[in-house]
Design a protein around this ligand. Structure first.
Ligand code: FES
Length: 125
C-alpha cells in the first residue's frame, strides 16, 4: 500500500512537446507577412531537417514540392503576393511542418489544421 505522500511524487501528465521556433524569424521580413496562402493539405507533414541548413517553406500553398518552396510564387501570371519563409532548425531531427499554411508559428505546425475553416476548405487538385 502507498500513502498519499508517495503518490504526490508521480507525474500524471505527459511532458508538453517542445515547440520549435524559427531562429531566422526576426532576421527576414518575409516572416512578418500578414496574409496566409491557400490550404494545400489538411494535415502537417513530417520532415527530417538538419541543423545549420537553411530551408524555404512555401507560404503561398502552390509549390509542387510541399512543404518547401519550388519558386511557383514568382510566376507573374499567378499574381501570388506571399513569399517563402526562410528558416533553420536548432537540432537535427524530425519536425512537423505546416501544410495548411495557416500556422501562427511558421513554418511549424501549431494545430491550425484542426480548425473548422481549414477542415471545411475545398482543396483543388
Ligand atoms: S512556391 Fe509557395 S512560397 Fe514559393
Amino acid at each position: 500500500m502507498c500513502d498519499r505522500g508517495e503518490l504526490a511524487n508521480y507525474v500524471t501528465k505527459a511532458p508538453k512537446p517542445e515547440i520549435p521556433k524559427n531562429p531566422l524569424a526576426d532576421v527576414y521580413s518575409a516572416a512578418g507577412q500578414k496574409s496566409n496562402g491557400i490550404v494545400y493539405d489538411k494535415k502537417p507533414f513530417r520532415v527530417a531537417l538538419q541543423e545549420g541548413k537553411t530551408y524555404h517553406w512555401c507560404l503561398c500553398g502552390r509549390s509542387k514540392s510541399q512543404p518547401l518552396c519550388d519558386g511557383t510564387h514568382k510566376d507573374v501570371y499567378l499574381k501570388i503576393t506571399q513569399r517563402p519563409i526562410r528558416f533553420t532548425v536548432e537540432k537535427t531531427k524530425d519536425y512537423w511542418l505546416c501544410n495548411c499554411k495557416q500556422t501562427k508559428n511558421r513554418p511549424f505546425c501549431d494545430g491550425a489544421h484542426k480548425s473548422k475553416e481549414v477542415q471545411e476548405t475545398h482543396i483543388k487538385v
